[in-house]
Design a protein around this ligand. Structure first.
Ligand code: DCP
Ligand code: CA
Ligand code: CA
Length: 370
């Protein structure tokens, strides 16, 4: 079976007990003992919280976010326990090494934290999902060999299920969820395995009789929207059905999309300038479409015949993806500028869009997922 068109294969890679494991890489003697990385507040010797702990410490109930004093109580009978301060440079150095390796295994990759990323491997597979496990095994092995870290990998037809799968198989695991198995995989999982369900939401869900993802699937979309509002309701409905169409996107892309052109001649005639604004609008609009984003803010850049630069901008009440809107706003801002500055002639004109948000078919999920 070849991958049907539009069928994606996504890897979610998450490094195990990351900060603490980095410390073990730095000093292998630390291995095998309960190890805590601490965020010391500095108020008193032990004030602060646990950033993360290795699995030996977790056996005693230590976890991220608990006070250091509590962790010390849990480990009172284990004198070889180790408490270390944060060493951010080390974590970011090892993180960069891992991400560079991940990049060799797919394209694009979306880094969502120091210790995790999504990798789109669809185009690396020419047969079916089976090849994906071998690929992920190679990736895990390479990270272990070259960086010294263990990781957990989920493979699924979308980011949501891949993330749940990597969490599911921790530590040092690999979990493939084939498209036909998505619903069976999700059904028995506790509802708080879904990204975006914290303690409060868990209580609300339990009150509705929902404790597993399968229970959530029983609820109708209308009922979910009534209970949680449109965007959350949609998210829960899609998530319960294992649906997520969000693309894997490189981070750190330009925060704005813009273009500047030189007018055929210097001018303060809006009708003449409008011709250029039309073509720039089309261009920035196309680039928004390619990236699948809507914008909230638009600015015009006006460069005068004396090479002075001015700009005017506007933020909308709600996001827009309309080419017409871009042109209208561009003209409006230019007109206001020209009215206020009748003596100025424009040599170059530009538009920029920023304040990006996901387009509508993406909103429900993107609010809750990395
Ligand atoms: N972190 C933190 N405070 C938290 C949660 C996490 O400082 N409340 C830091 C330390 C973690 C890193 O972020 O090492 C990654 O977080 P994860 O949630 O992925 O947890 P770990 O990697 O520590 O453990 P796991 O093996 O469960 O992934
Ligand atoms: Ca992790
Ligand atoms: Ca993580």
């Amino acid at each position: 079976m070849t991958l049907p068109e539009m069928q994606r294969c996504i890897v979610h890679l998450d490094l195990d007990y990351f900060f603490a494991q980095c410390e073990e890489v730095r000093d292998p003697h630390l291995k095998g003992k309960p190890l805590m990385v601490c965020v010391y507040s500095g108020r008193s010797e032990d004030s602060g919280v646990i950033s993360t702990a290795n699995y030996e410490a977790r056996k005693f109930g230590v976890k991220s976010g608990i006070p250091i004093v509590i962790a010390k109580k849990y480990l009172i009978d284990i004198p070889e326990s180790i408490f270390l301060p944060m060493n951010r440079d080390l974590y970011s150095d090892l993180s960069q090494k891992v991400m560079a390796i991940a990049r060799e295994y797919g394209d694009p990759i979306e880094q969502t934290g120091l210790d995790e990323c999504y990798i789109e491997i669809t185009r690396r597979l020419n047969k079916d999902f089976e090849g994906s496990e071998d690929l992920a095994d190679l990736l895990k092995e390479k990270i272990r060999k070259l960086v010294g870290l263990t990781s957990s990998i989920g493979i699924a037809p979308n980011k949501l299920v891949a993330k749940i799968a990597s969490e599911f198989c921790k530590p040092d695991g690999l979990k493939l969820v084939r498209p036909e198995d998505v619903l069976d995989f999700l059904s028995p999982l506790s509802i708080n395995q879904l990204p975006g369900i914290g303690k409060k939401m868990l209580v609300r869900m339990n009150d509705l009789g929902v404790s597993e993802i399968g229970d959530l699937r029983e609820l109708k979309l209308e009922a979910l929207i009534r209970e949680f509002g449109k965007s959350q309701g949609l998210y829960f409905h899609d998530a319960a059905h294992g649906i997520d169409n969000l693309p894997v996107k490189e981070r750190g892309e330009a925060e704005q999309i813009g273009r500047i052109v030189t007018l055929k001649e210097d001018s303060n005639d809006l009708n003449f300038i409008k011709g250029s604004l039309e073509s720039i609008s089309g261009d920035v609009y196309d680039r928004c479409q390619e990236r699948g984003v809507a914008f909230r803010s638009l600015g015009v850049i006006l460069i005068t015949d004396e090479i002075k630069t001015y700009s005017r901008s506007r933020t909308l009440d709600s996001k827009s993806i309309s080419r017409q809107k871009i042109l209208e706003l561009g003209c409006e801002l230019t007109e206001i500028f020209l009215r206020e500055n009748p003596a100025i002639k424009i040599r170059r004109i530009g538009l920029k869009l920023y304040g990006f948000e996901a387009t509508d078919n993406q909103t429900s999920l993107s609010q809750f997922m990395n």
